[in-house]
Ligand binder design. Sequence first.
Ligand code: PGA
Length: 266
Amino acid sequence: MRTCLIAGNWKMHLTPAEGAALATTLRQRIGTRLNLDVVLCPPFVSLPAVADALRGSNLKLGAQNVFWADAGAYTGQISPTMLIAVGCEYVILGHSETRGRFGKPDPHLTEQHLRYFGENEATLNLKLRAVLPHGLKPILCVGETLQERTAGQTEAIIRQQLEGALQGIDADELYELVIAYEPVWAIGTGQVCDAEEANRVCGFIRQQLKDLYAPELGEQVRVLYGGSVTAANAQGLLHQPEIDGVLVGGASLNADEFVQITYCAP
Ligand code: PGA
């Protein structure tokens, strides 16, 4: 049995004080839930304040990114050991926004700017290799753009993203891996993927893990859906057999909305 996982990706929202206040509210309302993993992923600077607010509850802490070295001359980067030191158990890797692929085009970002986000399969492979030995649980995001979907490339893109990120990593390191299917066109757009289609693609992802590794790994790894999840559509998504949870962006910033999403867990 795979435990349902509901993660809130706060992206670049909330100061440490605001984040601690939201985390305190969530702790009061859902902090003792059992048989459900709820993970809050605030910006780096809010991790210590949110960790304090969550201490002693069942709610877990995650980061939105990480660098692959433990220390060194890497201005502006954060290492796996630093995340562990502030209490992180999870880390989001390869979110489409760190890959420079935005569901909702930002008028301030030109083609040239987008290239500087710079995340790719090679950097993700380094990051996975860096976090797994520390026991940090990666939430690896994959998904196609609207253009790729329209061109019938959804499966090919996802296979390429999985194979590239996981290259050379042994199955026995991957049992705590979480994968999030996040169609880029659904992120921040209000256009949620149809639950049956999300289920189909999550099943495809699980099958890739079975083919690349072993059936047991595919059965154990949790596959989430992310992209415009709200309290109104969470129920349908969370009751699909291949969907083990949701990665929530915008709706995770509202306590009522996020709490309601957790109540939709089977
Ligand atoms: P959204 O973001 O729920 O705001 O669409 C989801 C995500 O980016 O993980």
